[in-house]
Design a protein around this ligand. Structure first.
Ligand code: NAD
Length: 409
């Protein structure tokens, strides 16, 4: 039996509420995770997590340690508190990074400096050099860094990867990916950080499908061009609300990537997403088509209790749902859970393997196990997914010059 890992989540926003905390609470139930601390910028999101009726119903009696504490004024900000929290943890436990994109670099670095294994939400960082730096520091210290590209754990992605690599489709030639998030995102905390100078829909969610094409095919992207449509958030901040990108791959293939924060709240969505890839074979063509929007489940509710207040909804049982199980409350199922579980259990497995070893042997063994994870390429790590940072960096340069083609590498 592995020792439970103490775990700190830095960031208490939407992704923590929707995916990370439900997954981690369940891992606490199974004994993989011990105490859970959540550190946010201020106490307000922590109180919201504590009072979330969905979490309370699914995980009765389970709690997290809030930093800052609940009795701090809701809006008093503690931007540096996470460093103190990380430094106070025992070595080689688990840190989950779930702060806005532009803060990932400093937070991941602080976690590594505190000798912690890390799982970061995507994108790991916004610059390729930063990803290489993180990879080097983690290798030197024998620490795991996983990047939470959960679409890799969608069963359809895994099936496609295997079949593509068996040569059953031919060579990817032309494709189209789309992910449009709901309009109501514009009224969330996003409006405070999703500004033109920092990010855009391609950087935020387009990267999922770029990573997926790389994950399925093993092809590397070589060139990106990206244009955006600017607009205002409710608080007046200017953001790219829509983006249209084109990625060229090393074999000459092209992928069109359409993203935005604007799927109608009252439509059945709750977002719109999918991937089509046409491939060239010998005297015929192959195709991969994933409809990630309508996964075949449509529910009409009596009241508007669907996402965004919708009455009719295309429900995805595949990403993350809290469902009845043979235990208390509800359990998370789906690739959102599988992805978090894969990284946390890898940390636990590595620590179990080196327990009791002297420091030099432990470091050598941790590095060996980490190299295996990198090589398998299922969990995204800096070593096997830093092409994503190259794409994001090129995409940011391109969108700020309204679509100039930027070469990678
Ligand atoms: N599909 C996906 O993979 C997916 C989906 C949503 C979000 N994300 C990623 O998750 C990250 C967070 O997104 P979100 O939607 O939860 O955003 P959010 O704005 O809802 O939450 C951000 C959180 O970070 C906290 N924070 C900010 N500065 C901090 C600091 N200095 N110390 C501690 N906490 C701090 C805030 O208090 C807030 O709780 C982003 O990088 C985003 O790209 C990924």
């Amino acid at each position: 039996m592995n020792e439970p890992l103490q775990l700190t989540i830095v960031g208490g926003g939407m992704i923590t509420a929707d995916q990370l905390l439900p997954s981690i609470y369940h891992l606490q139930r199974t004994g993989a995770v011990g105490d859970i601390t959540i550190c946010a910028l201020n106490s307000a999101p922590l109180a919201a997590l504590r009072d979330d009726p969905g979490l309370a119903a699914a995980f009765p009696g389970q709690r997290f340690i809030p930093r800052p504490s609940f009795d701090q004024p809701a809006d008093r900000q503690f931007p540096g508190l996470y460093r103190e929290v990380l430094a106070g943890m025992p070595k080689r436990q688990a840190v989950v990074v779930a702060v806005p994109d532009h803060l990932h670099y400093e937070t991941v670095k602080a976690a590594l400096a505190a000798d912690q294994h890390v799982l970061s939400v995507k994108p790991l960082v916004l610059r390729h050099a930063e990803a290489l730096e993180i990879e080097a520091v983690a290798r030197e210290r024998g620490l795991f860094v996983g990047v939470e590209y959960h679409k890799r754990f969608d069963r359809r992605s895994l099936v496609a990867r295997r079949a593509y690599r068996e040569g059953r489709f031919g060579s990817f030639a032309m494709g189209e990916a789309k992910l449009i998030e709901p309009y109501y995102y514009r009224s969330s905390n996003f409006q405070n950080w999703f500004t033109v100078d920092r990010t855009d829909p391609f950087t935020y969610i387009g990267c999922h499908y770029v990573d997926l094409v790389y994950f399925i095919t093993g092809l590397r992207p070589v060139e990106v061009s990206l244009q955006g449509v600017r607009g205002r958030f409710p608080n007046g901040n200017e953001g790219f609300l829509w983006s249209h990108g084109r990625v060229r791959w090393e074999n000459g293939a092209l992928l069109s990537v359409v993203n935005g924060l604007g799927y109608p709240d009252l439509a059945a969505g709750s977002n719109d997403q999918g991937l089509v890839m046409f491939c060239e074979g010998d005297g015929r063509s192959g195709m991969i088509r994933h409809d990630d929007h309508d996964r075949g489940v449509g529910y009409a509710y009596l009241d508007g209790t669907g996402p965004g207040g919708s009455h009719f909804n295309y429900v995805s049982p595949d990403y993350l749902k809290l469902v009845p199980w043979d235990g208390p409350g509800f359990r998370p199922v789906g690739y959102g859970y599988d992805s978090v579980e894969a990284s946390i259990l890898t940390m636990a497995r590595i620590e179990a393997a080196v327990r009791g070893m002297d420091p030099a042997r432990s470091l050598a063994e941790r590095r060996r196990l980490l190299a295996e994870v990198d090589a398998r390429g299922i969990i995204a790590t800096p070593a096997n997914s830093a092409v994503n940072e190259q794409v994001v960096e090129a995409a940011r340069e391109s969108i700020l010059s309204d679509g100039t083609t930027v070469k990678i590498g």
